[in-house]
Design a binder for this molecule. Structure first.
Ligand code: CTP
Length: 425
């Protein structure tokens, strides 16, 4: 597996480097999607051992899965390749996670009963429950999925310690439309990565602002900026993967919503302020990555401003927008150390000095500096973390990796706060 190089030429380990995934296929038309999932897992750096039931082999051949995973597929508990004849023990002990995709209604029922008369169910029963997570991706007809027996079985599997992933909705192979399709391979990959991420923000409620704002001049024109929202979206995703409940308040961007994140779309700075203030009281962490417009046209024209042919240009008056971060940082919860505020500073020069000054001006415990023109719209960035103790550099890397590191830094500071209450900003 080759590591991806970032813009500075340094290798960045893929997300699942060093992880070994046991991918189990059961009988269902969605087996064709398991081929793509296997490819994505390998691309993400994992090693994959495929195990198939007899029914799965009716839908896709073991040869295809062997070629994609680069390993012979196991289909029988009597496989002579295992010297001790204990494939179920050997395979389940070496896995970091077991993923059943697709998992049929019948196989779900078998798991609930603890059946062990073929290799895959035997392995699920033999897995060390506390060490190897079991992820189930159900796939079936909508009536089968909605049936009380299936819903009862899924609830029982959750209670038994499995992670039951959601299902997709829409047109099904049987011609009906509804809930029960297997999640798409990309979605499954996200859920597998999330499952293997340490839950350092478990119990936290994180509020993130992201993207630019749009300040209307008239109904067809406005002022905005080059922020893409990528950093904020990456942080929302990383915080969610780390176990937080995440609300993302996004300015006008066309990025997909990270899985499991509650997204609220806003347009102007005043919309963003309102959306933030109605949720800040119940948050425990506020991360302001948005490039909020500092000014808005004082009075947006209700009608489109027309040229009158005289060559005269419109005279725009501006009003200053409320500083959302500074307003949140002054809330009693933030002052009492119960709402941890993180600001960003988009600078063009003197990063450390400007970031330090901004941190004190906005009264936040942590301010993250970056060079705006080097990062707007890009997939990479470099961050400078400034707090009361000093500064820490997070060198140039993908926004995805930086977001994960920042989440760890925030988690570390939250843990330190718990041992030393009510720190000064
Ligand atoms: N911010 C905010 N509300 C505003 C302006 C900024 O919440 N009206 C937040 C940003 O989301 C960021 C931080 O404040 O977390 C700093 O934003 P930045 O644009 O770098 O700084 P400004 O305060 O606007 O100062 P200046 O433009 O003079 O550098």
């Amino acid at each position: 597996m080759t590591n991806q190089a970032n813009e500075s030429g340094q290798a960045e380990a893929p997300e699942l480097a060093g992880k070994h995934i046991l991918l189990g296929l059961t009988g269902g038309i969605a087996c064709y999607k398991a081929a793509e999932l296997c490819r994505l897992l390998i691309k993400a750096g994992a090693t994959v051992q495929v195990v198939m039931t007899e029914a799965a082999a009716q839908f896709i051949t073991p040869v295809t899965m062997q070629a994609l995973s680069g390993r012979p597929v196991y289909t029988s508990q009597w496989d002579a390749r295992e010297a001790n004849a204990m494939a179920h023990i050997n395979l389940s002990r070496e896995a970091d996670a077991m993923v059943l995709a697709p998992c049929s209604a019948d196989f779900i029922a078998r798991l609930v009963q603890g059946r062990a008369d073929e290799l895959l169910s035997l392995m699920c029963l033999a897995r060390p429950v506390g060490r190897v997570p079991l992820l189930i991706a159900p796939a079936m007809n909508r009536e089968m999925y909605a049936h009380p027996a299936t819903q009862r079985n899924l609830a029982q599997l959750q209670a038994d310690g499995a992670t039951v992933l959601g299902v997709g909705s829409g047109f099904q192979a049987c011609g009906e439309t509804g809930d029960g399709r297997m999640l798409e391979p990309e979605e499954l990959l996200h859920d597998i990565v999330a499952c293997l991420t340490p839950k350092v923000l478990s119990g936290q409620r994180v509020l993130v602002t992201a993207g630019p704002t749009y300040e209307a001049i008239d109904p067809v024109r406005g002022i905005t900026n080059l922020s893409s929202g990528k950093m904020g979206f990456a942080i929302a995703r990383a915080a969610r993967e780390a176990g937080a409940e995440v609300t993302l308040i996004a300015g006008p961007v066309s990025l997909p919503t990270p899985r499991g994140v509650n997204r609220i779309d806003v347009k102007s700075a005043s919309n963003m302020l309102e959306a933030v203030m109605s949720r800040a009281q119940s948050a425990t962490v506020f991360i302001a990555t948005a490039a909020v417009a500092d000014w808005r046209p004082a009075a947006a024209s209700v009608q489109k401003i027309k040229k009158d042919g005289s060559g005269r240009t419109p005279q725009l008056e501006f009003a200053e927008n409320t500083d959302i971060l500074a307003t949140v940082a002054r809330l009693p919860a933030a002052q009492a150390g119960k709402l941890f505020c993180v600001g960003f500073a988009a600078e063009s020069h003197d990063l450390l000095e400007n970031a330090q000054a901004k941190r004190l001006r906005k009264q936040v415990p942590l301010l993250v500096g970056n060079i705006g023109p080097d990062t707007f719209g890009q997939d990479h960035n470099a961050l400078l973390l400034v707090d009361a103790q000093g500064s820490t550099e997070l060198p140039r890397a993908s926004k995805r990796l930086l977001a994960r590191r920042l989440v760890q830094e925030i988690a570390g500071r939250l843990a330190a706060r718990e041992s030393v209450p009510a720190a000064t900003p």
